[in-house]
Write a protein that binds this ligand. Sequence first.
Ligand code: ADP
Length: 326
Amino acid sequence: MEQPILSGIQPTGKLHIGNYLGAVSNWVKLQDQYDCFFTIVDMHSLTADYKPAEKSQQILSTVIDLLASGIDPEKSTLFIQSQLPEHAELAWYFATLTPIAFLERMTQYKDKSARQKENINAGLFIYPALQAADILLYKPYGVPVGEDQLQHLELTNDIARKFNARFGKTFELIKPLLTKTPRIMSLLDPSKKMSKSLGDQHVINMSDEVKVIEKKLSRAVTDTGKSGQMSAGTKNLFTLLENFSTPDEVSFYREAFRAGNIKYSDLKGNLAKLIAHHFAPYRKKRAELEKNPDYVMQVIATGREKARAIASQTLQEVKTKMGLVI
Ligand code: ADP
């Protein structure tokens, strides 16, 4: 069988345009070429502070988000990580092969530890071993992600190499698959990637209505437009414009920037309309799916069975090679 594609997303809230441009839009395209597995990585999401009463709703909401974005359960397998114990089990075997020094180098671990000083849990530290298990269970060819995940994918390959060297060739090395916009920046602090953990005003959610987007963009950091040097915030706005507008409109604003007479309020107003328009079908589909929970539960149940057939096979192979099958 042709090697599949796998990727995951945490159920931590609304999807934003960084998730979409860096990952989810690519998933929608790839499902026409590959056998695709997409997982809601709820176990990863427990490493940050969360409210138990909200979690199951967040999981369902993220499944709905992916379906509304264009993930088609006829083409792709959509499943919930915690419904397959194979993930946690393989993560443990991988943890025994992962040097602590490798985990200490992970920038995500350092960033999140700095952000959640009261909750630096062991799960946060060992997160990349679970991510390696999520991926390698399905022996995929590639993993479509945003740029922030590249270091974790390198570690996944380190673990694959270590496993192969010790127990015999089992895993092929995986390839990161990036979009042409692998890193969308925060509106208010364009030195950081757009992330829901920074706060709602830093991100544009796919579900935001035009008025909300207008308000958020009106506060987005730019520059005076007169120095000739494009600041990080302005670059980010142009990246968004390139994705949601026409080449003519992009040229128009680039020319205005060069001439030093760009009107950012005009650019931002247009961009807000374009983004809201682009995601109108998503918002419509999302509202429909919310009225159809039986269908959503059916997708999840089918995904679980399809994923499990493959995951259990790989786990059995791993246990046999490690000498655990008696
Ligand atoms: P978040 O970082 O908002 O918590 P996740 O960690 O669940 O979101 O990421 C889901 C996918 O979206 C990953 O492939 C990640 O690389 C991608 N992604 C997240 N933020 C961005 C961004 N600002 N730009 C591009 N891709 C992103």
